[in-house]
Design a protein around this ligand. Structure first.
Ligand SMILES: N[C@@H](CCC(=O)N[C@@H](CS)C(=O)NCC(=O)O)C(=O)O
Length: 167
């Protein structure tokens, strides 16, 4: 069974959404970031990066990086048709969104929460948040120029989108 190390309000909602969509069995292990449980020896022995989500595959392999988890789950469960067929234009859009969310949107959100990691000057925090706000606005604008249909390939066409950005 998959083991998903999960925290409230974190990116762990993305692999969780796929497991729910597929109906895959997974164990959800709740980590309280506010209580700094992600820095505990117990959690660091699972993921030395101390970040959520962390996913342990049924064979014991540890995965970090949300987008990689999503691509892997999609691959492992072809019957769920969570991604468009490889090689076509829909697939190109699918990967564009997957990478855009993980390389542009997610790190921008993290700047609001961890602004102190982006400068050695503690007084810079507000400026970092303001600049992140600008990136966010710019990202939202760019998202409107692309189809949102790829948020999760409609395995069940009647299903409501699990994730919606910029709409
Ligand atoms: N690059 C990682 C980022 C994961 C990440 O930063 N997760 C946040 C929660 S959403 C976290 O663990 N924060 C605690 C910390 O960095 O100390 C991914 O895509 O999964």
């Amino acid at each position: 069974m998959y083991k998903l190390y999960w925290a409230q309000g974190s990116g762990a909602m993305a692999p969780q959404a796929l497991f729910e969509e597929i109906g895959a069995e997974y164990e959800k292990i709740v980590i309280d970031i506010e209580k700094e449980e992600h820095k505990s020896d117990a959690f660091l022995s699972v993921n030395p990066m101390g970040q959520i989500p962390a996913l342990v595959l049924p064979d014991g392999t540890l995965m970090t990086e949300t987008a990689a988890m999503l691509a892997h789950i999609v691959d492992r469960h072809p019957e769920a048709k969570l991604a468009p067929p490889a090689g076509g234009a829909e697939s190109a859009r699918f990967f564009r969104w997957l990478f855009f969310l993980s390389s542009s949107v997610y790190p921008t959100v993290l700047r609001f929460y961890y602004s102190e990691r982006h400068s050695t000057d503690p007084s810079a925090a507000e400026g970092i948040k303001a600049a992140a706000g600008w990136i966010w606005t710019n990202n939202s604008r760019s998202s409107k120029t692309h189809s949102i249909r790829v948020r999760i390939w409609p395995a069940r066409r009647s299903a409501r989108p699990t994730f919606c950005f910029g709409c």
